[in-house]
Design a protein around this ligand. Structure first.
Ligand code: PA5
Length: 475
């Protein structure tokens, strides 16, 4: 599909950071002079990403995803056509970065009650992302799916995550017991040439495997088969998602801070961190972007929450991400943002138009406190609440900025993913940390291996046994 210049212009997201500046916030705001001082550092971050674009050994494979997947997309579309024809249920098995992309795309671009729609209206299988191993959830899943009509998409980059592997074993055993061929019910996404998923496929195959491009970490994998294949099964235009990401990549070509939205976003967040704003709130005013806040939370937390700099010097950096939904959380969290500790920066995701308007009819009650709403719409109400919240925070001199979303479609979603990935990468550069590793997560994974008796982890098991809770400290 050819995307016209007009469409690109109409679908461009915009970073509005007026409410971060001293113009809006006085002394609490960031001055142009201060931004000017950051220019050189910003240019260095920009040059680093430009020079190392696509380098798998630096975990920058994600930067090339909009451009390097033509063959893989063909394969995904072929497999997706088949799944759509055969299956009534599509279940993603994965966790963290291997699940959040699929959930976010599903939430953003499908009907909010997709699974409750009739088959003819849904035009795609019912969709589930099983990103936890709570036994109640597994049982509940098995109670509602028809195994014969289910495709399980198992996503694990490492092919060794206990949660996903345990799910795979449960599902495989159920398929085997039901006499159903793996080939028709399992599809894998994993790193090529390593890990247990490939081994499993070789032993019990044929099983279709989609490969995650090299140098793409879990939380940067949404635009790889981890997110794109589920999107294709849902009938979402994956090429448009990639085109949106490519468009954002181009928007961020200028090295000039004032012309580069992601670079500016990163500089602003870095200044906030230096000022002790250790909490980053993402507040979409859209139910379709509720999961986007989950996706962002992982990206921001795992990439930037680090205990040592690139040269090994101990540090304690990062910002705690908080997920907040407009309007809902105005009625639970906003009080804290406006009057509590001044340790937060709020980013609004603000649709400039909603797909539906939901007019409030002229149902005159004669009660003036109700009748003022007549003739308006829920679209007007949610937009007004968004503006009002930004205004209230600004009045309280609280740092906030807005990413304006012209409309929500695959192109714009691709832009959003790539934008926040870039902001994260630049911020990692400013903090001088490796934004692509997760030693803290690995430590937990290894401890779980030890507790479950995996071979080679015996010393860790002994250590864990020694560290059992002490009865003196139990009440
Ligand atoms: O972002 C990350 O690296 C993690 O959240 C991983 O995605 C998560 O731990 C799952 O790992 P894997 O895909 O190897 O099963």
């Amino acid at each position: 599909m050819k995307i016209t210049q007009n469409a690109r212009r109409a679908w461009k997201i915009t970073l509005d950071y007026t409410n971060m500046t001293d113009l809006a916030l006085g002394d609490e705001g960031i001055s142009l002079k201060e931004l000017h001082k950051r220019k050189k550092q910003a240019q260095a971050a920009h040059a680093y990403l430009k020079e190392n674009r696509g380098k798998a050994e630096l975990s920058l494979g994600w930067t090339e995803l909009p451009y390097c997947q033509a063959e893989s997309v063909k394969e995904m579309l072929r497999l997706a056509r088949d799944v759509r024809k055969r299956c009534d249920f599509f279940v993603v098995l994965g966790i963290g970065g291997s699940a959040l992309g699929a959930s976010t795309i599903f939430n953003a671009l499908c009907h909010l009650h997709h699974n409750e729609l009739k088959k003819a209206e849904r035009k795609a299988p019912k969709f589930y992302v099983e990103d936890n191993v709570d036994p109640a959830r597994m049982r509940a899943l098995f109670e509602i799916i028809d195994l014969e009509k289910t495709c399980f998409f198992v996503v694990s980059k490492s092919g060794s995550t206990s949660e996903t592997m345990a799910q795979l074993l449960i599902v495989s055993s159920a398929l085997q017991k039901a006499g159903l061929p793996f080939k028709e019910h399992l599809i894998f996404a994993t790193d090529k040439g390593k890990g247990n998923l490939e081994r499993f496929a070789k032993k019990f195959g044929p099983i279709d495997c989609l490969y995650l491009p090299e140098g793409v970490g879990g939380r940067f994998s949404v635009l790889s088969p981890a997110g794109l294949f589920p999107a294709a099964v849902l009938g979402i235009d994956v090429k448009l998602l990639l085109a949106g990401a490519a468009f954002m990549e181009k928007l961020n070509k200028p090295a000039d801070l004032q012309k580069n939205p992601a670079l500016m976003g990163a500089v602003l967040q870095k200044i906030c961190m230096e000022r002790g704003k250790n909490i980053s709130v993402l507040m979409p005013y859209s139910d379709h972007l509720k999961c986007f806040a989950d996706w962002y939370a992982q990206l921001w937390a795992e990439s930037l929450g680090k205990g040592k700099t690139l040269d090994g010097t101990p540090c304690q950096v990062g910002q705690t991400p908080v997920k907040s939904l407009g309007v809902t959380d105005q009625h639970s969290q906003l009080q804290l943002y406006a009057e509590g500790p001044f340790d937060k920066v709020v980013c609004f995701l603000s649709p400039q138009a909603y797909e539906d308007s939901a007019p409030v009819p002229d149902f005159s009650t004669g009660i003036p406190d109700l009748d003022f709403l007549c003739g308006h719409s829920l679209e007007e109400l949610i937009s007004a609440e968004n503006r009002a919240t930004a205004y209230a925070l600004t009045k309280a001199k609280r740092l906030n900025y807005t990413v304006k979303i012209p409309t929500l479609n695959p192109f714009v979603l691709g832009e959003l993913f790539y934008f926040f990935e870039l902001v994260t990468a630049y911020t990692g550069y400013f903090l001088n940390v490796n934004a692509y590793d997760q030693p803290g997560v690995e430590a937990g994974k290894q401890a779980a291996f030890a507790l479950l008796g995996k071979k080679g982890f015996e010393p860790l098991k002994e250590e864990l046994d020694r560290s059992k809770s002490d009865p003196r400290f139990r009440i």
